[in-house]
Design a protein around this ligand. Sequence first.
Ligand code: M6P
Ligand code: ZN
Length: 199
Amino acid sequence: MAPFATPPIRPFAIELDRSALTLRPEGPVLTRRLSDLAGLFLDTAAWRAAVEDGDPVVYTVSSSPVPESPAELPQSITTIRPGDVGGELNFTKGHIHPRPEGEIYLGLDGEGGLLMFDGTDHVFLELSRDRVGYIPPGWAHRSINTGEADYSFLAVYPGGAGHDYGWVLEHGFGARVYAGSAGPELRPFGHPRPEPAPR
Ligand code: M6P
Ligand code: ZN
């Protein structure tokens, strides 16, 4: 048998609860509020005002118990609440994998999409229910709720890939997604970076 950094876990079934949008058995659950997304929305004044006005939950990530260890394939369901900050639609922080490895997303419920950026090019994929998005190695990825209800998707990713959030603060995503009168509008960069958030 191949050597493992941590002992591999035993085979088991995971149930995807389509109504609760959770995985069972459940592992860690992460909740990210607006204050956790400092420095990411372009309109810093609108972001600060919304943080002071209740600091709403923007998204939750419900994982199975498969650990984030090399050679494992953890999964999670992310649910992003609808809304915007200064017109910019709610999103996940977004990250790039320090170890360049791919990832798979499956749209489960609601309307949303996947924005990817390799430092030069950006790609936006609409990813509603039953569409699979492929994130190649070397592409930063962020999900966006473009609808008026919760948006949920399943992610399956290499457990040793890691999450680099600093790269996103430094490089952005090449585009931002806004609520437009005729639906979501992708606005390519050219925008200044937001002011640094206060500590
Ligand atoms: C998906 C996966 C996770 C990620 C989560 C939230 O479920 O890509 O690895 O943690 O989305 O995204 P972020 O880490 O960018 O906040
Ligand atoms: Zn990832």
